[in-house]
Write a protein that binds this ligand. Structure first.
Ligand code: GDP
Length: 412
Protein backbone atom coordinates (compact mmCIF):
# COMPACT_ATOMS: atom_id res chain seq x y z
CA UNK A 1 0.00 0.00 0.00
CA UNK A 2 2.80 2.39 0.88
CA UNK A 3 4.27 1.64 -2.51
CA UNK A 4 1.02 2.28 -4.32
CA UNK A 5 0.39 5.36 -2.25
CA UNK A 6 3.82 6.72 -3.08
CA UNK A 7 3.40 6.09 -6.78
CA UNK A 8 0.02 7.78 -6.91
CA UNK A 9 0.48 10.76 -4.59
CA UNK A 10 1.19 14.31 -5.60
CA UNK A 11 3.58 16.65 -3.76
CA UNK A 12 1.12 17.96 -1.20
CA UNK A 13 0.19 14.44 -0.17
CA UNK A 14 3.84 13.41 -0.13
CA UNK A 15 4.72 16.29 2.20
CA UNK A 16 1.88 15.30 4.50
CA UNK A 17 3.01 11.67 4.41
CA UNK A 18 6.60 12.58 5.20
CA UNK A 19 5.32 14.78 8.06
CA UNK A 20 3.09 12.05 9.46
CA UNK A 21 5.63 9.27 9.03
CA UNK A 22 6.58 7.71 12.36
CA UNK A 23 10.23 8.71 11.91
CA UNK A 24 9.05 12.32 12.18
CA UNK A 25 7.25 11.98 15.48
CA UNK A 26 8.42 14.36 18.14
CA UNK A 27 11.19 12.73 20.04
CA UNK A 28 10.28 10.79 23.15
CA UNK A 29 13.11 9.67 25.32
CA UNK A 30 13.14 5.88 24.97
CA UNK A 31 12.68 4.08 28.22
CA UNK A 32 16.10 3.86 29.76
CA UNK A 33 17.14 0.48 31.06
CA UNK A 34 17.90 0.53 34.73
CA UNK A 35 21.36 -0.61 35.49
CA UNK A 36 21.74 -3.01 38.34
CA UNK A 37 23.99 -1.42 40.88
CA UNK A 38 26.77 -3.47 42.30
CA UNK A 39 28.56 -3.00 45.61
CA UNK A 40 31.70 -0.93 45.19
CA UNK A 41 34.92 -2.74 45.84
CA UNK A 42 38.34 -1.22 45.63
CA UNK A 43 40.26 -4.35 44.68
CA UNK A 44 40.54 -5.28 40.99
CA UNK A 45 38.03 -7.99 40.16
CA UNK A 46 37.18 -10.10 37.18
CA UNK A 47 35.31 -8.17 34.54
CA UNK A 48 31.75 -9.29 34.08
CA UNK A 49 29.51 -7.89 31.32
CA UNK A 50 27.31 -4.95 32.32
CA UNK A 51 23.98 -6.15 33.55
CA UNK A 52 20.51 -4.85 32.89
CA UNK A 53 17.35 -5.75 34.73
CA UNK A 54 15.94 -7.28 31.53
CA UNK A 55 18.80 -9.74 31.46
CA UNK A 56 18.11 -11.07 34.92
CA UNK A 57 15.47 -13.64 35.28
CA UNK A 58 14.92 -14.42 38.86
CA UNK A 59 17.32 -12.59 41.11
CA UNK A 60 19.53 -9.61 41.36
CA UNK A 61 23.06 -10.72 41.98
CA UNK A 62 24.63 -9.79 45.26
CA UNK A 63 28.33 -9.66 44.72
CA UNK A 64 30.35 -11.34 47.42
CA UNK A 65 32.34 -9.00 49.63
CA UNK A 66 35.96 -9.93 49.59
CA UNK A 67 37.22 -11.04 52.90
CA UNK A 68 40.86 -10.76 54.03
CA UNK A 69 41.55 -14.28 52.89
CA UNK A 70 40.04 -13.66 49.45
CA UNK A 71 41.82 -11.88 46.65
CA UNK A 72 40.39 -11.07 43.23
CA UNK A 73 42.88 -11.90 40.57
CA UNK A 74 43.42 -11.37 36.88
CA UNK A 75 41.87 -13.75 34.35
CA UNK A 76 45.26 -15.09 33.38
CA UNK A 77 45.71 -16.78 36.77
CA UNK A 78 42.37 -18.06 38.08
CA UNK A 79 42.19 -18.99 41.75
CA UNK A 80 41.63 -22.53 42.84
CA UNK A 81 37.88 -23.35 43.14
CA UNK A 82 37.96 -23.33 46.94
CA UNK A 83 39.63 -19.92 47.15
CA UNK A 84 37.22 -18.31 44.66
CA UNK A 85 34.27 -16.27 45.90
CA UNK A 86 30.94 -18.09 45.40
CA UNK A 87 29.36 -16.81 42.27
CA UNK A 88 25.77 -15.56 42.22
CA UNK A 89 25.58 -16.92 38.68
CA UNK A 90 26.10 -20.54 39.65
CA UNK A 91 27.02 -22.72 36.68
CA UNK A 92 26.83 -19.83 34.22
CA UNK A 93 29.78 -18.08 35.81
CA UNK A 94 33.06 -18.75 34.05
CA UNK A 95 34.82 -18.46 37.44
CA UNK A 96 32.68 -21.27 38.73
CA UNK A 97 34.12 -23.72 36.23
CA UNK A 98 36.14 -26.70 37.28
CA UNK A 99 39.88 -26.67 37.87
CA UNK A 100 40.46 -28.31 34.46
CA UNK A 101 38.76 -25.44 32.65
CA UNK A 102 41.57 -22.95 33.11
CA UNK A 103 41.02 -21.63 29.58
CA UNK A 104 37.29 -21.19 30.10
CA UNK A 105 36.20 -17.59 29.54
CA UNK A 106 32.49 -18.23 29.61
CA UNK A 107 31.07 -17.32 26.22
CA UNK A 108 30.13 -20.97 25.81
CA UNK A 109 27.13 -20.07 27.94
CA UNK A 110 25.82 -17.63 25.31
CA UNK A 111 23.37 -20.19 23.84
CA UNK A 112 21.98 -20.73 27.36
CA UNK A 113 21.52 -17.01 27.82
CA UNK A 114 19.75 -16.69 24.45
CA UNK A 115 17.62 -19.73 25.25
CA UNK A 116 16.52 -18.35 28.64
CA UNK A 117 15.66 -14.96 27.19
CA UNK A 118 13.70 -16.41 24.27
CA UNK A 119 11.72 -18.78 26.48
CA UNK A 120 10.88 -15.92 28.81
CA UNK A 121 9.71 -13.75 25.91
CA UNK A 122 7.71 -16.53 24.21
CA UNK A 123 7.40 -17.21 20.50
CA UNK A 124 4.92 -16.22 17.85
CA UNK A 125 3.99 -17.73 14.53
CA UNK A 126 1.45 -16.68 11.93
CA UNK A 127 0.10 -19.31 9.59
CA UNK A 128 -2.22 -18.60 6.71
CA UNK A 129 -4.49 -21.24 5.19
CA UNK A 130 -5.85 -20.68 1.72
CA UNK A 131 -7.81 -22.70 -0.78
CA UNK A 132 -11.37 -23.24 -1.80
CA UNK A 133 -13.85 -23.90 1.03
CA UNK A 134 -14.62 -27.48 1.99
CA UNK A 135 -11.08 -28.75 1.35
CA UNK A 136 -10.53 -29.42 5.05
CA UNK A 137 -8.50 -26.34 6.06
CA UNK A 138 -10.09 -25.79 9.47
CA UNK A 139 -10.09 -29.51 10.26
CA UNK A 140 -6.40 -29.71 9.45
CA UNK A 141 -5.48 -26.67 11.55
CA UNK A 142 -7.36 -28.13 14.53
CA UNK A 143 -5.61 -31.47 14.00
CA UNK A 144 -2.20 -29.82 13.72
CA UNK A 145 -2.37 -27.81 16.91
CA UNK A 146 -4.90 -29.91 18.86
CA UNK A 147 -7.14 -26.92 19.44
CA UNK A 148 -10.58 -25.87 18.35
CA UNK A 149 -9.89 -22.61 16.62
CA UNK A 150 -13.10 -22.47 14.62
CA UNK A 151 -15.70 -22.77 17.38
CA UNK A 152 -17.55 -19.62 16.28
CA UNK A 153 -17.39 -20.24 12.56
CA UNK A 154 -20.62 -19.63 10.66
CA UNK A 155 -20.96 -21.68 7.49
CA UNK A 156 -22.65 -19.90 4.61
CA UNK A 157 -25.28 -21.34 2.33
CA UNK A 158 -24.56 -21.79 -1.39
CA UNK A 159 -26.66 -18.71 -2.16
CA UNK A 160 -24.74 -16.58 0.34
CA UNK A 161 -21.44 -17.87 -0.97
CA UNK A 162 -22.20 -16.68 -4.51
CA UNK A 163 -22.42 -13.11 -3.22
CA UNK A 164 -19.56 -13.40 -0.78
CA UNK A 165 -16.23 -11.76 -1.45
CA UNK A 166 -12.96 -13.04 -0.04
CA UNK A 167 -12.68 -12.19 3.64
CA UNK A 168 -9.65 -12.39 5.86
CA UNK A 169 -10.21 -13.66 9.39
CA UNK A 170 -7.74 -14.11 12.22
CA UNK A 171 -7.83 -16.56 15.11
CA UNK A 172 -5.17 -16.32 17.79
CA UNK A 173 -4.45 -18.84 20.49
CA UNK A 174 -1.75 -19.14 23.15
CA UNK A 175 -0.37 -22.65 23.42
CA UNK A 176 2.06 -23.79 26.08
CA UNK A 177 4.20 -26.91 25.94
CA UNK A 178 6.84 -27.77 28.56
CA UNK A 179 7.04 -24.16 29.71
CA UNK A 180 7.45 -22.78 26.17
CA UNK A 181 4.72 -20.40 25.12
CA UNK A 182 3.67 -20.04 21.50
CA UNK A 183 1.26 -17.40 20.31
CA UNK A 184 -0.21 -18.92 17.21
CA UNK A 185 -2.23 -16.83 14.78
CA UNK A 186 -4.18 -18.51 12.04
CA UNK A 187 -5.22 -16.33 9.12
CA UNK A 188 -8.05 -17.81 7.12
CA UNK A 189 -9.39 -16.73 3.75
CA UNK A 190 -13.08 -17.75 3.67
CA UNK A 191 -14.73 -17.16 0.35
CA UNK A 192 -11.56 -17.76 -1.67
CA UNK A 193 -12.44 -19.52 -4.93
CA UNK A 194 -16.13 -19.78 -4.02
CA UNK A 195 -17.63 -17.21 -6.36
CA UNK A 196 -18.81 -17.87 -9.91
CA UNK A 197 -16.16 -15.50 -11.18
CA UNK A 198 -12.91 -15.89 -9.26
CA UNK A 199 -10.83 -13.45 -11.26
CA UNK A 200 -8.21 -11.82 -9.04
CA UNK A 201 -9.70 -13.31 -5.88
CA UNK A 202 -6.11 -13.59 -4.62
CA UNK A 203 -5.93 -9.79 -4.39
CA UNK A 204 -7.41 -9.35 -0.88
CA UNK A 205 -4.98 -12.01 0.35
CA UNK A 206 -1.99 -10.24 -1.24
CA UNK A 207 -3.18 -6.93 0.16
CA UNK A 208 -3.49 -8.39 3.64
CA UNK A 209 0.09 -9.68 3.52
CA UNK A 210 1.35 -6.29 2.27
CA UNK A 211 -0.58 -4.47 5.01
CA UNK A 212 1.22 -6.51 7.64
CA UNK A 213 4.58 -5.66 6.06
CA UNK A 214 3.56 -2.01 5.87
CA UNK A 215 2.56 -1.95 9.53
CA UNK A 216 5.85 -3.54 10.52
CA UNK A 217 7.79 -1.11 8.33
CA UNK A 218 6.07 1.85 9.97
CA UNK A 219 6.60 0.44 13.46
CA UNK A 220 10.28 -0.26 12.99
CA UNK A 221 10.84 3.14 11.43
CA UNK A 222 9.34 4.85 14.48
CA UNK A 223 11.32 5.98 17.50
CA UNK A 224 10.05 3.51 20.03
CA UNK A 225 10.78 0.10 18.56
CA UNK A 226 10.33 -1.82 21.73
CA UNK A 227 7.54 -4.42 21.77
CA UNK A 228 6.64 -4.15 18.10
CA UNK A 229 3.76 -6.47 17.34
CA UNK A 230 4.85 -8.66 14.45
CA UNK A 231 1.87 -9.79 12.39
CA UNK A 232 3.79 -10.74 9.26
CA UNK A 233 2.56 -13.99 7.73
CA UNK A 234 5.28 -16.62 8.06
CA UNK A 235 3.76 -19.43 6.03
CA UNK A 236 0.79 -20.06 3.76
CA UNK A 237 -0.58 -23.59 3.45
CA UNK A 238 -2.21 -23.64 0.03
CA UNK A 239 -4.80 -26.40 -0.33
CA UNK A 240 -5.10 -28.10 -3.70
CA UNK A 241 -8.20 -30.12 -4.51
CA UNK A 242 -7.70 -33.89 -4.77
CA UNK A 243 -10.45 -34.08 -7.36
CA UNK A 244 -8.81 -32.15 -10.21
CA UNK A 245 -6.02 -33.13 -12.56
CA UNK A 246 -3.14 -31.27 -11.01
CA UNK A 247 -3.32 -27.49 -10.55
CA UNK A 248 -6.30 -25.42 -11.60
CA UNK A 249 -5.78 -22.00 -13.21
CA UNK A 250 -6.85 -20.37 -9.93
CA UNK A 251 -4.16 -22.30 -8.03
CA UNK A 252 -1.51 -21.16 -10.49
CA UNK A 253 -2.71 -17.57 -10.35
CA UNK A 254 -2.78 -17.52 -6.54
CA UNK A 255 0.65 -19.05 -6.06
CA UNK A 256 2.26 -16.87 -8.73
CA UNK A 257 0.78 -13.74 -7.19
CA UNK A 258 1.93 -14.60 -3.70
CA UNK A 259 5.20 -16.51 -3.98
CA UNK A 260 7.29 -13.33 -3.66
CA UNK A 261 5.39 -12.28 -0.54
CA UNK A 262 5.06 -15.39 1.58
CA UNK A 263 6.42 -18.92 2.03
CA UNK A 264 3.93 -21.12 0.18
CA UNK A 265 3.66 -24.78 1.22
CA UNK A 266 1.36 -26.69 -1.19
CA UNK A 267 -1.00 -29.24 0.34
CA UNK A 268 -2.87 -32.02 -1.45
CA UNK A 269 -6.12 -32.02 0.54
CA UNK A 270 -8.24 -34.99 1.63
CA UNK A 271 -5.69 -37.62 0.62
CA UNK A 272 -7.97 -40.39 1.90
CA UNK A 273 -10.13 -39.89 -1.18
CA UNK A 274 -7.26 -41.11 -3.38
CA UNK A 275 -5.49 -44.46 -3.74
CA UNK A 276 -1.72 -44.49 -3.02
CA UNK A 277 -1.03 -44.67 -6.75
CA UNK A 278 -3.27 -41.68 -7.43
CA UNK A 279 -1.57 -39.72 -4.64
CA UNK A 280 1.82 -40.44 -6.21
CA UNK A 281 0.65 -39.46 -9.70
CA UNK A 282 -1.04 -36.25 -8.52
CA UNK A 283 1.97 -35.22 -6.50
CA UNK A 284 4.25 -35.70 -9.50
CA UNK A 285 1.89 -33.76 -11.76
CA UNK A 286 1.63 -30.88 -9.28
CA UNK A 287 5.42 -30.74 -8.86
CA UNK A 288 5.86 -30.63 -12.65
CA UNK A 289 3.33 -27.85 -12.99
CA UNK A 290 4.90 -25.85 -10.19
CA UNK A 291 8.16 -26.06 -12.12
CA UNK A 292 6.50 -25.34 -15.48
CA UNK A 293 4.75 -22.18 -14.28
CA UNK A 294 7.81 -20.87 -12.47
CA UNK A 295 6.12 -20.95 -9.06
CA UNK A 296 8.55 -20.60 -6.17
CA UNK A 297 7.16 -22.54 -3.27
CA UNK A 298 9.02 -22.62 0.07
CA UNK A 299 12.44 -24.22 -0.41
CA UNK A 300 13.76 -26.32 2.44
CA UNK A 301 17.27 -25.24 3.33
CA UNK A 302 20.05 -27.63 2.35
CA UNK A 303 21.38 -29.97 4.99
CA UNK A 304 24.88 -29.33 6.33
CA UNK A 305 27.33 -31.91 5.02
CA UNK A 306 28.31 -32.89 8.58
CA UNK A 307 24.74 -33.79 9.59
CA UNK A 308 24.21 -37.44 10.50
CA UNK A 309 22.86 -39.82 7.87
CA UNK A 310 19.45 -40.27 9.53
CA UNK A 311 18.85 -36.55 9.55
CA UNK A 312 19.87 -36.29 5.88
CA UNK A 313 17.46 -39.08 4.93
CA UNK A 314 14.63 -37.46 6.90
CA UNK A 315 15.34 -34.16 5.20
CA UNK A 316 15.37 -35.78 1.77
CA UNK A 317 12.03 -37.53 2.48
CA UNK A 318 10.55 -34.18 3.55
CA UNK A 319 11.63 -32.48 0.33
CA UNK A 320 10.28 -35.33 -1.80
CA UNK A 321 6.87 -35.21 -0.08
CA UNK A 322 5.91 -31.86 -1.60
CA UNK A 323 2.95 -31.33 -1.97
CA UNK A 324 2.10 -32.86 1.41
CA UNK A 325 -0.87 -35.22 1.01
CA UNK A 326 -2.85 -34.78 4.23
CA UNK A 327 -5.90 -36.07 6.04
CA UNK A 328 -7.62 -34.12 8.81
CA UNK A 329 -10.05 -35.22 11.48
CA UNK A 330 -11.55 -33.75 14.60
CA UNK A 331 -12.60 -37.10 16.00
CA UNK A 332 -10.79 -39.74 17.98
CA UNK A 333 -11.49 -43.34 16.98
CA UNK A 334 -10.31 -46.70 18.23
CA UNK A 335 -7.86 -48.48 15.92
CA UNK A 336 -5.92 -51.64 16.85
CA UNK A 337 -6.71 -51.11 20.51
CA UNK A 338 -5.43 -47.52 20.53
CA UNK A 339 -7.37 -44.28 20.48
CA UNK A 340 -6.19 -42.22 17.51
CA UNK A 341 -7.26 -39.21 15.50
CA UNK A 342 -8.82 -40.66 12.39
CA UNK A 343 -11.77 -41.08 10.08
CA UNK A 344 -14.04 -44.05 10.44
CA UNK A 345 -15.39 -45.53 7.20
CA UNK A 346 -17.54 -48.66 6.69
CA UNK A 347 -14.45 -50.37 5.22
CA UNK A 348 -11.93 -49.25 7.80
CA UNK A 349 -10.16 -46.45 9.56
CA UNK A 350 -7.75 -43.87 8.17
CA UNK A 351 -5.37 -42.58 10.78
CA UNK A 352 -4.26 -38.98 10.56
CA UNK A 353 -0.91 -39.64 12.26
CA UNK A 354 -0.08 -42.87 10.46
CA UNK A 355 2.80 -42.15 8.00
CA UNK A 356 1.54 -45.07 5.88
CA UNK A 357 -1.78 -43.27 5.39
CA UNK A 358 -0.71 -39.67 4.74
CA UNK A 359 1.97 -36.96 5.17
CA UNK A 360 0.32 -35.30 8.18
CA UNK A 361 3.20 -36.12 10.55
CA UNK A 362 5.77 -34.90 8.01
CA UNK A 363 3.88 -31.64 7.62
CA UNK A 364 3.58 -31.14 11.36
CA UNK A 365 7.25 -32.02 11.90
CA UNK A 366 8.30 -29.54 9.27
CA UNK A 367 5.98 -26.77 10.42
CA UNK A 368 6.51 -27.06 14.15
CA UNK A 369 9.61 -29.07 14.99
CA UNK A 370 12.17 -28.47 12.28
CA UNK A 371 11.42 -25.46 10.08
CA UNK A 372 9.31 -22.97 12.06
CA UNK A 373 12.31 -20.75 12.72
CA UNK A 374 13.50 -21.02 9.11
CA UNK A 375 10.05 -19.99 7.87
CA UNK A 376 10.29 -16.92 10.10
CA UNK A 377 13.85 -16.19 8.95
CA UNK A 378 12.92 -16.40 5.26
CA UNK A 379 9.93 -14.13 5.89
CA UNK A 380 12.18 -11.56 7.57
CA UNK A 381 15.25 -11.85 5.37
CA UNK A 382 13.65 -12.36 1.97
CA UNK A 383 9.99 -11.43 1.71
CA UNK A 384 10.01 -8.49 4.11
CA UNK A 385 13.36 -7.24 2.79
CA UNK A 386 11.94 -7.22 -0.77
CA UNK A 387 8.95 -5.21 0.39
CA UNK A 388 11.14 -2.79 2.36
CA UNK A 389 13.56 -2.30 -0.52
CA UNK A 390 10.70 -1.49 -2.89
CA UNK A 391 9.26 1.02 -0.43
CA UNK A 392 12.56 2.78 0.10
CA UNK A 393 13.21 2.85 -3.64
CA UNK A 394 9.84 4.49 -4.33
CA UNK A 395 10.33 6.97 -1.50
CA UNK A 396 13.81 7.91 -2.74
CA UNK A 397 12.52 8.35 -6.27
CA UNK A 398 9.83 10.70 -5.04
CA UNK A 399 12.19 12.73 -2.91
CA UNK A 400 14.55 13.19 -5.88
CA UNK A 401 11.61 14.19 -8.08
CA UNK A 402 10.48 16.68 -5.46
CA UNK A 403 13.99 18.15 -5.11
CA UNK A 404 14.33 18.58 -8.88
CA UNK A 405 10.96 20.27 -9.06
CA UNK A 406 11.88 22.70 -6.28
CA UNK A 407 15.19 23.48 -8.01
CA UNK A 408 13.42 24.17 -11.31
CA UNK A 409 10.91 26.40 -9.53
CA UNK A 410 13.62 28.44 -7.82
CA UNK A 411 15.48 28.89 -11.15
CA UNK A 412 12.36 30.27 -12.88
P1 GDP B 1 -12.73 -25.79 5.11
O1 GDP B 1 -13.95 -25.12 4.60
O2 GDP B 1 -11.68 -25.85 4.07
O3 GDP B 1 -12.26 -25.23 6.39
O4 GDP B 1 -13.11 -27.33 5.36
P2 GDP B 1 -13.57 -28.08 6.70
O5 GDP B 1 -12.41 -28.31 7.57
O6 GDP B 1 -14.71 -27.36 7.29
O7 GDP B 1 -14.02 -29.49 6.13
C1 GDP B 1 -15.11 -29.65 5.23
C2 GDP B 1 -15.62 -31.08 5.29
O8 GDP B 1 -14.61 -31.97 4.87
C3 GDP B 1 -16.02 -31.50 6.69
O9 GDP B 1 -17.16 -32.34 6.57
C4 GDP B 1 -14.85 -32.33 7.17
O10 GDP B 1 -15.21 -33.33 8.11
C5 GDP B 1 -14.36 -32.95 5.88
N1 GDP B 1 -12.93 -33.21 5.91
C6 GDP B 1 -11.97 -32.48 6.49
N2 GDP B 1 -10.77 -33.04 6.29
C7 GDP B 1 -10.98 -34.15 5.56
C8 GDP B 1 -10.11 -35.18 5.04
O11 GDP B 1 -8.90 -35.15 5.21
N3 GDP B 1 -10.69 -36.18 4.34
C9 GDP B 1 -12.03 -36.24 4.11
N4 GDP B 1 -12.49 -37.26 3.42
N5 GDP B 1 -12.86 -35.30 4.57
C10 GDP B 1 -12.35 -34.27 5.29
Amino acid sequence: MIKRFLEDTDDTELNKFVKDFPGNESYHQPEAKTRVSRPQVSEPRPQAPELYEDDLEFRTPSWPQPSDSQQYCSASAPLSPSARPRSPWGKLDPYDSSEDDKEYVGFATLPNQVHRKSVKKGFDFTLMVAGESGLGKSTLVNSLFLTDLYRDRKLLSAEERIMQTVEITKHAVDIEEKGVRLRLTIVDTPGFGDAVNNTECWKPVAEYIDQQFEQYFRDESGLNRKNIQDNRVHCCLYFISPFGHGLRPLDVEFMKALHQRVNIVPILAKADTLTPLEVERKKRKIREEIELFGIKVYQFPDCDSDEDEDFKLQDQALKESIPFAVIGSNTVVEARGRRVRGRLYPWGIVEVENPGHCDFVKLRTMLVRTHMQDLKDVTRETHYENYRAQCIQSMTRLVVKERNRNRDRSRN
